[in-house]
Ligand binder design. Structure first.
Ligand code: ATP
Length: 202
């Protein structure tokens, strides 16, 4: 599974539709300060399901939408699409039936985010799991944002362990375990309620 194209539309400074073709081997992005290099990395993380506005250097998720400039009005939506090459069929189960996988995330003002994989509506969690199972994703240690190294040095051991779990590709299991625990708690509460009702009837 390989990233082959990142398409941005109305995302931060990329107001016009912009395609970034990612070829085999090393890709470098160079440019003067403030030209949008970090915005590209943020677009990559965002389309993979990042849901913390602070990780996008914003105070709310809508801050990723082009906010307007002296000569251009603000946009109402932002969209990022990531194309994955999957001819080796190494994508996680559930996403592995096509040679190419296109993930699209779109945010509209006052309407939140919506995701599609190969044209079908999916949940944020589905996209996050796709990447977590592939040992990459919005929280992957392969993506290092500005200030992240010092954050890591000062992080609590539990948070540092998360980084190792991401690198080991087990964060998908971790997330599933967390969800299973939530379901278990809910079931225990339901059982307790059923016992109360049975007692009242007895
Ligand atoms: P540096 O080399 O200094 O780190 P950079 O090339 O990484 O810079 P970015 O930080 O990616 O640049 O881009 C910053 C630019 O993006 C700024 O000009 C900022 O005004 C613009 N920008 C960020 N968010 C938005 C937004 N929502 N709407 C319009 N422009 C935005």
């Amino acid at each position: 599974m390989r990233f082959t194209r990142l398409r941005l539309n109305g995302f931060k400074s990329f107001v016009d539709p912009t395609d970034l073709v990612i070829h085999d081997g090393l890709t470098g992005v160079v440019g003067p300060n403030g030209c949008g290099k970090s915005n590209l990395l943020e677009a990559l993380r965002w389309v993979m399901g990042e849901n913390r506005p602070t990780a996008m250097r914003g105070s709310g998720m809508e801050d990723v939408i082009f906010a307007g400039a002296a000569t251009r009005p603000a946009r109402n939506f932002a969209e990022v699409s990531l194309l994955l090459e999957n001819s080796d069929r190494r994508a996680p189960a559930g996403f592995n039936d096509q040679d190419q996988i296109e993930i699209v995330r779109r945010i509209t003002r006052d309407a939140g985010s919506a995701y599609k994989v190969n044209g079908k509506d999916v949940r944020a969690r589905d996209v996050q799991m796709l990447f977590a199972d592939a040992s990459t994703g919005a929280h992957s240690p392969a993506l290092v944002r500005q200030g992240q190294i010092s954050e890591l040095i000062n992080a609590k051991p539990k948070n540092r362990r998360r980084v190792l779990e991401e690198a080991a590709g087990i964060s998908g299991l971790y997330q599933r375990r967390h969800e299973a625990e939530l379901r278990l708690n809910a079931t225990e509460q339901n059982l307790a309620r059923v016992e109360d009702v049975v007692e009242q009837l007895a």
